[in-house]
Design a protein around this ligand. Structure first.
Ligand code: ADP
Ligand code: MG
Length: 451
């Protein structure tokens, strides 16, 4: 029986066991890639699917597969779409689903450099929240590898990290007329390359690819932490480049000292360079960003509408941009100038979608579902390990998503408020240290927002 047939039969059995929605969400687009020794490799379409399938279906799937082929002892799930093949380096296979780089438009991204020309320094609006990061970026484009090496930029989602580090790469290509070779890579892509190299005895060529560049840009390094082999390779690559006076640029969602899974030696390397953060833009800057985006799109909006958008969207430039595009789209469709009232409605709807006004029951249900327990288990006094962690996560999410008070959360789960505080803080602390926990929580959030 070939791999494809075996996997189709497996899916057939899983389809019977799962609800239609679950099957479609988690397994439908899965695909067998390879079998090596006793391990079957299966591609799933997202990190979410991977976490979910590993947590819930792994054992079951192994059982089914082993009924057909007893030589299989393990299944490894990888993230990728149908173009991924193990005969091909993963970077050659386009994978628009992959993590952070999904934000990049792959049609316009140069496969060689990983750079998308739409990100430029001149389209980056500078203000108090990103001044230092911008100044460092600009200095690096003057003399890469000389000053500010490594350059470490950190901050929350949608605050311009990818934009800025991509812009450095683009600027260097223009300024040095292609004589300086930058390479941008998400840390997921980097990890996949390393894993691929190790698995296919091609690690030397993967290493060479990374060590041949003049400027290495790695986005969202927080996703590397904890994967030992990748971290090891990254460390060596880092050293090789650093010693060759090559520029290294790294982004992260938190500062180096809060990347505890990262090896100490790596963290201290980061701390030896320049560290700059990007934080929330203030009102004036949000207005400037809106105006700059409008100019890029060749559009106009009234000052009142611009003011409204800037006042309502404060914490994430990507969301701000999304709302702006919605308003423009609406205007185009209706062929009328947008009034403040119309804009208000669009914003209200869009921001509601963003936080989705999730209710408590949905959160509890999603957590219970993820861990295969019941909502009753969550609110019960059961102290079994299988229930304690899910309960803490439920408390964490009630606070994190819905911003509910501790006494309310405590009551909801039949606990007092100190337990609620303790649980929240515990998870909040661990999330930074434990990538697996972080991924679980992201997956549960994804389920909540999709429901
Ligand atoms: P991050 O990588 O920090 O999550 P991104 O760099 O992807 O954020 O930025 C999200 C969106 O917001 C992008 O479209 C980017 O162009 C835009 N953006 C962020 N900061 C700025 C800025 N200072 N000026 C102009 N656009 C910005
Ligand atoms: Mg980013």
């Amino acid at each position: 029986m070939d791999l494809e047939q075996m996997w189709q039969s497996t899916l057939g059995e899983m389809e019977v066991q799962l609800t239609k929605a679950h099957f479609a969400t988690w397994l439908k687009n899965s695909r067998p890639i390879d079998k090596k020794d006793d391990t079957l490799f299966v591609a799933l379409q997202s990190n979410f699917a991977k976490t979910w399938v590993e947590e819930k279906y792994q054992k079951n799937i192994i059982g089914i597969v082993r009924n057909m082929d007893t030589s299989v002892k393990k299944i490894e799930f990888v993230v990728g779409n149908k173009n991924i093949s193990f005969n091909k380096a993963p970077s050659e296979a386009k994978d628009p689903q992959a993590g952070a780089s999904a934000e990049l438009d792959f049609n316009k991204t140069d496969p060689e450099t990983g750079l998308n020309p739409k990100y430029t320094l001149s389209s980056f609006v500078v203000g108090p929240s990103n001044e230092l990061a911008f100044a460092a970026a600009a200095a690096i484009t003057e003399a890469p590898g000389k000053k500010y090496n490594p350059f470490f930029i950190y901050g929350g989602v949608g605050l311009g990290k990818t934009h800025l580090i991509q812009a450095i790469g683009n600027e260097l290509i223009i300024k040095f007329k292609g004589k300086i070779k930058p390479k941008y890579v998400s840390s997921e892509q980097f990890t996949r390359d390393i894993v691929w190299g190790l698995r296919n005895d091609r690690i030397e060529s993967v290493k060479k690819k990374y060590r041949d560049v003049d400027v290495l840009i790695i986005d969202d390094i927080q996703f590397i932490g904890g994967k030992e082999k990748t971290e090891e390779e990254f460390f060596h690559t880092f050293n090789a480049l650093y010693e060759g006076n090559k520029q290294i640029i790294i982004s992260s969602d938190r500062p180096p000292q809060s990347l505890p899974t990262l090896q100490e030696r790596l963290r201290s390397r980061f701390e030896g360079g320049l560290i700059a953060d990007v934080s929330y833009p203030e009102y004036e800057m949000r207005v400037a960003i809106i105006k700059s985006k409008l100019q890029e799109m060749n559009r106009k909006l009234s000052d009142q509408v611009i003011d409204l958008i800037a006042k309502k969207l404060r914490k994430n430039i990507r969301e701000l941009e999304g709302v702006l595009k919605k308003i423009i789209f609406y205007e185009e469709r209706k062929q009328t100038d947008i009034s403040v009232k119309m804009a208000e409605e669009i914003i209200e709807k869009a921001t509601q979608n963003l936080s989705k006004r999730v209710n408590d029951a949905q959160i509890l249900k999603a957590v219970a579902e993820f861990f295969s327990i019941t909502v009753e288990d969550l609110v019960s006094h059961n102290r079994r390990k299988e229930v304690v962690e899910p309960r803490q996560i439920a408390i964490y999410l009630l606070r994190d998503i819905s911003d509910l008070s501790y006494p309310y959360i405590g009551e909801k789960l039949g606990r007092d408020h100190t337990t609620a505080i303790h649980s929240y803080e515990k998870i909040n602390h661990e999330i930074n240290r434990n990538p697996a926990l972080n991924q679980k929580i992201l997956t549960i959030k994804d389920i909540i927002y999709k429901s």
